[in-house]
Design a protein around this ligand. Structure first.
Ligand code: DLL
Length: 435
């Protein structure tokens, strides 16, 4: 099902023509309205008039998170405050937050972006949609809410928390579409089971999950436990919020809303653009945003463009699921690994749950990595031999798949912290040892 079929299935040449028209306007718009861009373009020796083809965008400098922080709070707003309808902040836990503003028009476009994927999940008028992302400065709650509303759903704004009530409402309201983080979806599924509510009592068709990585194993587990299809949705506050891209029913890559964003993949070290198919850092340029437009924003997320077209008919190119963030990458004895790769390995072991934590410490000059995994309820935790055997097998699988030596610690069921929002997977204690 489409929401804006003409835009979603627009032939490539037309999308590119639309992008070119819009990006030409954008570079003039930001040059005239945002001092930082004027300064940066002048420094780089480029003028808005230098943008004549889409490839010319490469001549323009990148924007990074620090630019937003340095402009705190409203230095990068392109409109006066009386035109701002809403303000969100990034979820960053350290440093100054980056502040993002939206005009009424920006909010409307955001709702459209998300609504396309509610419809892609075959939900719309007649569907009840429960939003268990946090409502507030985080863009998940209100972003999904507006998206569902645009798609015509009856909205249930539960926000996070009170998980038993979430489960009861899912059942009683015959909710068809759930929006939350993958880790919270799992908590909801496990809570339903603990409450004795069988998945057959729920009416879920779709779960639109994002804001954090979800391994294929975790997706399957959620689909199986909630008996619905899981759609991976991506976005980030700086660029808009959820709905920059999302999967369709094919579950093979996330269609970028290319009428509203230009995606580039660049080499994370040289920042040179990479061809389709190659993994690198994702960079976005916003094409229609009025309040907080961005030129070539470096996201630090790692993905690639999946070559080829999608059988669903959507022509927006697909980005692959996020493999990690450049700042999340662990270098373990010289080998680069992303936390989500651990998740993929442990999902092969039915004896353990999807909850895990990576503890980083220093042993002398070297990084030491401990992976905590939790056994499922019916695993005989008292049988030392079985525990040791399991530990050995997981360690061997990690060694084989990721080429890294990891110390696996198996912990009792329900001891790893549950998350209602983004799960905290990495505990880095290396700084503390130095302090
Ligand atoms: O997490 C927006 C969002 C809300 C997206 C709800 C999807 C659903 P931030 O808090 O600014 O915004 O965090 C953005 O989260 O750069 C990625 O590293 C990560 N992220 C978001 N979606 C995904 C995803 C929201 N589907 C940062 N898979 C991004 C993996 C994701 N990582």
């Amino acid at each position: 099902m489409f929401y804006q079929e003409e835009l979603e299935t627009m032939p490539r040449e037309e999308i590119e023509k639309l992008q070119l028209d819009r990006v030409k306007n954008l570079v003039h718009y930001v040059y005239e309205r945002i001092p930082l861009y004027k300064e940066r373009f002048d420094e780089a020796g480029v003028s808005p008039d230098d943008l004549q083809t889409l490839d010319d965008l490469r001549k323009f400098p990148f924007t990074v998170k620090q630019d937003l922080r340095d402009s705190y709070p409203f230095g990068m707003f392109a409109v006066p405050i009386d035109e701002v309808a809403r303000i969100h902040c990034s979820s960053g836990t350290t440093g100054t937050a980056s502040v993002v503003g939206y005009t009424e028009h920006d909010l409307d476009e955001w709702g459209d972006c998300f609504a396309r994927f509610v419809r892609a999940a075959d939900c719309g008028p007649g569907s009840v949609m429960q939003v268990a992302y946090g409502y507030g400065l985080f863009t998940g709650g209100l972003g999904a809410h507006e998206g569902g509303q645009h798609a015509g759903c009856a909205m249930v704004p539960t926000s996070t928390g009170n998980t038993k009530r979430q489960v009861r409402l899912l059942r009683d309201f015959k909710v068809e579409v759930l929006a939350c983080t993958p880790s919270y979806a799992l908590v909801i599924a496990d809570t339903a089971k603990a409450m004795g509510i069988d998945k057959s009592e729920l009416h879920l068709k779709a779960a639109i999950l994002g804001a954090e990585p979800c391994s294929e194993g975790m997706r399957k587990e959620i689909e199986q436990k909630l008996d619905c299809q899981v759609y991976d949705i991506y976005g980030l506050s700086e660029v808009m919020g959820p709905g920059v891209s999302c999967e369709c029913g094919e579950q093979h890559g996330l269609h970028v809303n290319e009428d509203k964003f230009i995606i580039e993949i660049v080499d994370p070290e040289t920042f040179e653009p990479l061809p389709d198919g190659q993994w690198g850092e994702v960079v976005f340029t916003t094409l229609t945003k009025e309040c907080s437009p961005l030129v070539r924003y470096r996201t630090r997320d790692i993905s690639r463009i999946i070559p080829g077209t999608c059988p669903c008919g959507r022509t927006g190119r697909r980005m692959d699921r996020i493999a990690g963030r450049t700042d999340d990458m662990l270098i373990i004895r010289g080998v680069n690994v992303f936390p989500v790769q651990f998740a993929q390995v442990i999902s092969e072991f039915p004896e353990v749950t999807s909850y895990y934590q990576i503890i980083l410490t220093l042993k002398g000059p070297l990084d030491h990595v401990e992976l905590h995994v939790e056994t499922v309820m019916d695993f005989p935790f008292d049988e030392i031999r079985r525990l040791q055997d399991l530990k050995k097998r997981i360690e061997a699988a990690l060694k084989e798949n990721l080429q890294v030596a990891v110390d696996v610690k198996i912990v009792e069921p329900m001891t790893i912290e549950r998350s209602e929002g983004k799960a905290k997977r990495i505990i880095d204690l290396r700084g503390e040892a130095n302090a």
